[in-house]
Design a protein around this ligand. Structure first.
Ligand code: ACO
Length: 335
């Protein structure tokens, strides 16, 4: 059986920096509130005049990942693309990226698991590589979220949290034992779907067109969240699923060289870190500069560390995520 090794990582974030002070001009909020409750100082927004989309950010991130892996797009066998903010209602963004990369008729698979999307995507790609069906897979997490946000006081509970960006990782088959993705652990609990969602456009209606009434209902077209319920579940599920991964591999928290928690709130990351008893130098957060970039968060964290030269051969990385669905997931990666 093959194992999946990450041989290249890249990320792209839009140029436009939106600070908490910029948001103060749009809504009744404060830099102090946002930093104290979430840790976020600024985020990036794809600005409409700056032509862009989820697939374009993925494309830019992919070019960097390909260059770092010393590969061309033609060397890739498949794309697995995670996003909650696709360019179209359908098809998914995967085929748009496939076309941009001129990948002939190679397959593109779309994943909808929100903040856990990147780990779900890694897991899907890993299964294809393990069985020998594909040798190299481009795994994406990319999000254009600012267009769905209500950046007025009414939407401030969600509006201050999210940012845009894209990340890409290239997985390659290896027969080296104990290297690459050691395991992935996926969970979901759909009873909480309404706790964190955007309802429109959707097919959840009787006898109405998909778009009928959608502009009349403010709450349905912007993201809605029971923040405290999500918070409570996140701080429980992320440590739990990390421990599940460690147990499955006969490892302990002491074996972890670097822990990357999904970046939804710095306080969540700190509580998860405390539960896992990890020292500061073994946890990396960048929510301060990007906000929550949902499926793009984990590949952006990885790419950030790659650029800083902080991913070393032999190191054990643990990744964990929690988000809308609810979905949650973890993976252990030996570089
Ligand atoms: N600026 C100023 N005040 C605000 C803001 C804001 N941006 N947003 C809310 N408030 C106010 C509220 O109106 C409320 O006022 P009130 O007491 O007068 O009613 C007060 O601040 C407290 O609001 P809470 O919602 O109770 O604040 P809380 O401390 O819970 O923090 C937060 C909110 C940051 C959203 C937190 O609940 C959280 O991080 N939740 C989890 C987020 C998460 O993990 N998401 C998952 C991933 S997202 C995905 O999957 C797509």
């Amino acid at each position: 059986m093959f194992h999946s090794k990450i041989i290249g990582i890249g990320h792209f974030v839009p140029e436009k920096v939106v600070t908490n002070h910029d948001l103060e001009k749009l809504m009744d909020t404060s830099d102090e509130w946002i930093q104290e409750r979430t840790g976020i100082k600024e985020r990036r927004f794809y600005d409409p005049p700056e032509k862009g989309s989820t697939a374009i950010m993925a494309y830019k991130a992919s070019l960097i990942a390909l260059e770092r892996a010393k590969l061309k797009a033609k060397d890739i066998d498949a794309i697995v693309f995670a996003t909650l903010s696709p360019d179209y209602y359908f098809p998914g963004s995967g085929v748009l990226l496939q076309h941009m990369l001129e990948m002939d008729t190679k397959p593109a698979i779309d994943i909808r698991a929100q903040c856990s999307g990147f780990i779900y995507a890694l897991s899907v790609a890993d299964q294809f590589i393990k069985t020998g069906m594909y040798k190299r897979i481009l795994v994406i997490g990319s999000e254009t979220q600012n267009l769905a946000l209500d950046l007025t006081t009414r939407g401030r509970g969600m509006g201050v949290l999210f940012g845009d960006g894209g990340g890409a990782a290239i997985l390659e088959a290896t027969d080296e034992e104990g290297k690459g993705i050691l395991s992935t652990h996926l969970h979901s609990q759909g009873e909480f779907a309404d706790v964190l969602c955007i309802r429109e456009p959707g097919s959840n209606k009787i006898g109405k067109s998909v778009y009928e009434n959608m502009h009349l209902n403010h709450d349905n077209i912007h993201p809605q969240m029971d923040g405290q319920l999500v918070f409570k579940n996140a701080i429980k599920r992320m440590p739990e699923v990390t421990m599940e991964a460690l147990a499955a591999n006969n490892l302990t928290t002491e074996d972890i060289d670097m822990f990357l928690p999904h970046q939804a709130n710095l306080r969540i990351s700190q509580m998860v870190q405390k539960f896992l008893r990890l020292p500061d130098e073994k946890v990396y957060n960048n929510i301060q500069k990007y906000g929550n970039t949902t499926a793009a968060t984990l590949p952006i964290l990885l790419s950030d560390l790659w650029e800083q030269g902080r991913i070393k051969e032999g190191q054990l990385f643990a990744l964990a995520a929690f988000g809308s669905g609810f979905t949650w997931a973890s993976t252990l990666i030996r570089f």
